[in-house]
Design a protein around this ligand. Structure first.
Ligand code: NAP
Length: 248
């Protein structure tokens, strides 16, 4: 048995932690290598792209992978499709481990959009004070709307940005409600922009926005390939028990 887990998410780390307690399960966690100082898992890991579908299928064949778990981020656009194709080529079972979407509650003012360009349109022409939490690699789109002031948060520092009128903030989830509330209050935030990532680690900003009456512009998730899907690491472990006939 050899399980390949495509990670870069809290759920992938949780699954790695569960597998680390199981000497009967052999698994490798793969990270893209985007984060400068990733938290390394307690199981064998590798870092960096495979070189497309062929490279991934070749790696899986060479390392005798018997099942693959796609636990990439809800906004990973390419890897879920590469994993689906490579699993078909090799003929191994594939599972998607994907956290549920956030759901609006009473008092929320959410505007759901498909793209950053639509988010900019939703911001409008009147200057806003925007809390921008879309990830370091996607901030640049907002350079097209220089009338707004931005509080831009990312895990790693942003270099060579065209974004003006901005305060940079580097921090790593999880974020607390108290912290998010005082950050948004202190900077007099009038709009929050976030991707519809889901998960507990970054949900506090939505609660803070609700409490402070701040509208939220939510970028919708991209499509993923169809197939078996679970929401938690323990459900993924159950799936491994079924596919590999291992004990509880
Ligand atoms: P992507 O568009 O799906 O992937 C782009 C390329 O990066 C893939 O074709 C692959 O290169 C490589 N790659 C992606 N995930 C990989 C993994 N787990 N192991 C090895 N190579 C991987 O994804 P992305 O948006 O660039 O995100 C990259 C990573 O950051 C993912 O692991 C994702 O879970 C994580 N992440 C993404 C976001 C986001 O908002 N996009 C947020 C937080 C974390 P090759 O084709 O060369 O194999």
């Amino acid at each position: 048995m050899h399980i390949l887990i495509l990670g870069g998410t809290t759920e992938a780390s949780e699954l790695a932690a569960l597998i680390a307690k199981r000497p009967d399960i052999r698994a490798t966690l793969s990270l893209a290598g985007r984060t400068q100082n990733p938290v390394l898992p307690p199981i064998p890991h590798r870092i960096g792209g495979f070189g497309g579908v062929d490279g991934l299928a070749g790696w899986m064949r060479e390392h005798q992978v018997t099942a693959v778990i796609d636990a990439t981020h809800p906004f990973a656009r390419r890897m879920p499709f590469n994993v689906a194709q490579a699993a078909d080529v090799i003929g191994v079972p594939r599972l998607t481990l994907l956290r549920p979407q956030w759901q609006p509650q009473g008092g929320d003012q959410w505007i759901e959009v498909e793209t950053h360009e639509q988010a900019i349109t939703a911001l409008g022409s009147k200057p806003q004070r925007v809390f921008l939490t879309v990830g370091r690699l996607e901030l640049e789109a907002y350079a097209a709307a220089p009338q707004h002031w931005y509080l831009a948060r990312s895990i790693d520092p942003v270099e060579n940005s065209q974004l003006r009128n901005v305060m940079w903030l580097t921090d790593r989830p999880p974020f607390t409600l108290e912290g998010e509330r005082s950050l948004m209050h202190e900077h007099n935030i009038t709009t929050l922009i976030t991707k519809s990532s889901g998960g507990d680690a970054t949900a506090a900003k939505l609660v803070a926005a609700r409490e402070l009456g701040v509208p939220v512009i939510l970028i919708a998730r991209p499509n993923r390939p169809v197939g078996e899907q679970v929401a938690t690491a323990s459900e993924a472990l159950d799936w491994l028990r079924c596919t590999h006939g291992i004990s509880s």
